[in-house]
Design a protein around this ligand. Structure first.
Ligand SMILES: NC(=O)c1ccc[n+]([C@@H]2O[C@H](COP(=O)([O-])OP(=O)(O)OC[C@H]3O[C@@H](n4cnc5c(N)ncnc54)[C@H](O)[C@@H]3O)[C@@H](O)[C@H]2O)c1
Ligand SMILES: [Zn+2]
Ligand SMILES: [Zn+2]
Length: 376
């Protein structure tokens, strides 16, 4: 057991601004040594994602107190003994001293969902995430003897994390920590939605609705395809100019895109609000596919015309963690980054301190940030 410093969400649904209501406290807590099939990681960088905010505001109800943060990277400091044989052949990739990307939806490699090449989220991992434990059921965090829940098996807003080894993917040394952190959620989710689900052909177009970290990563990934036109849609003008700077070919507000009759073959919705999904469906061309990655509250509903899907041969599909197999896909994104075609660093809109986490949640809720990165 040793002392770490981390950002703990104390209560759900606090009023804004969070800099005043302070739902998250940054304080010392206790972390147990890694158990079987777990690793201890010294966190170097962690990105602030809307899915963290969704726990703070209650859109995604999770147990509290919870140490937040699910997009992070760091250096392995200790490796627990191996018990699970099925992932044994790959655990050698994770050794002391290596940099790892932490992923928020590990794959146990045992359940039927894990045989779907990433298309279906791992069942035990989903259950562990909902319960606030690591894959395998452990809780390694506590404060004055009381348990503190893990966020999506990562809890990366802390100086150290213990995670299941299936949640830690090794990356080569030349991948800097700030890039590695963003690979874990924004890039794997937004990029994976393009690579694994939308997969545009030459001559096609990709539209992205919602240009935060996830949507901008989707747009950057779409720009790596030859002869694919990329369209960015957001309601905040600064997001549209940021997208233009990154090379996105056309940008629109949702209203202007609908008025102009914009249509794209692949449309990625990366907002988490039903209005945005309606926009995304309206922008999908005949024969095209709407890929939804946003996470609205469970009771959110949309209204659609079934006829449009039939008569125009369109489809609508959800994608969790970019329908990725992290061990397969993180190396694909590393190669794209290394070739200079995927400038992951450009997703970082500011670098902040762990103590500024409540203000960071306000900035995110205002929609002004792309990715705020906490460095340790
Ligand atoms: N499926 C997954 O595995 C997964 C993983 C990570 C995040 N998410 C979800 O993806 C969503 C995006 O995450 P993020 O961190 O990029 O969020 P973000 O808050 O950084 O970005 C959201 C963007 O959407 C824009 N927006 C808001 N309403 C809009 C509307 N009606 N039309 C167009 N644009 C609108 C905002 O201006 C903002 O730029 C969230 O719902 C998040 O929870 C899903
Ligand atoms: Zn995320
Ligand atoms: Zn599984």
């Amino acid at each position: 057991m040793f002392r770490i410093r981390g950002a703990v969400l104390e209560r759900i649904g606090s009023p804004r601004p969070y800099v005043e209501s302070r739902p998250i406290s940054v304080a010392d807590l206790d972390l147990e040594a890694p158990g079987s099939d777990e690793v201890l990681v010294r966190v170097e960088a962690a990105g602030v994602c809307h899915s963290d905010l969704s726990v703070v505001n209650g859109n995604r109800v999770r147990p509290v107190p919870m140490l937040l943060g699910h997009e992070a990277a760091g250096i392995v400091e200790q490796v627990g003994d191996r018990v699970d044989d099925r992932v044994d052949d790959r655990v050698d990739e994770v050794a002391v001293g290596q940099r790892v990307v932490l992923v928020f939806l590990p794959r146990c490699e045992h359940c039927p969902a894990c045989a779907t090449e990433g298309m279906t989220p791992c069942q035990p991992a989903g259950a562990a995430n909902a319960a606030g434990t690591l894959l395998g059921g452990a809780i390694r965090l506590s404060r004055e003897g009381h348990p503190v829940y893990h966020h999506l098996g990562v809890s990366g807003f802390a100086t150290h994390a213990v995670v299941n080894r299936a949640s830690a993917i090794a990356v080569p040394d030349d991948v800097p920590a700030q890039v590695a952190a963003l690979l874990g959620c924004a890039v794997l989710t937004g990029g994976g939605a393009v690579l694994n689900v939308g997969n545009p052909r030459p001559g096609q177009s990709v539209a992205v609705v919602g240009l935060g970290g996830v949507g901008m990563a989707a747009a950057l990934t779409a720009l790596t395809y030859p002869d694919v036109r990329v369209i960015g849609v957001d309601q905040i003008p600064e997001k549209l100019s940021a997208a233009t700077k990154l090379g996105v070919h056309d940008t629109y507000t949702p209203q202007r895109a609908t008025d102009a009759g914009v249509k794209a073959d692949v449309v990625v919705e990366a907002v988490g609000h039903p209005d945005a999904l309606q926009t995304a469906i309206a922008l999908t061309a005949p024969g095209g596919c709407t890929v939804t990655v946003g996470l609205p509250p469970p009771d959110a509903r949309i209204s659609i015309s079934p006829l449009g899907f039939v008569a125009e041969g369109r489809s609508l599909i959800g994608s969790y963690l970019g329908s990725a197999v992290p061990r397969r896909d993180i190396p694909r994104f590393v190669s794209l980054w290394r070739s200079g075609r995927l400038p992951v660093e450009s997703l970082v809109s500011s670098t902040i301190r762990l103590d500024d986490i409540n203000a960071a949640m306000d900035h995110l809720a205002d929609g002004v940030a792309i990715r705020q990165l906490i460095t340790f």
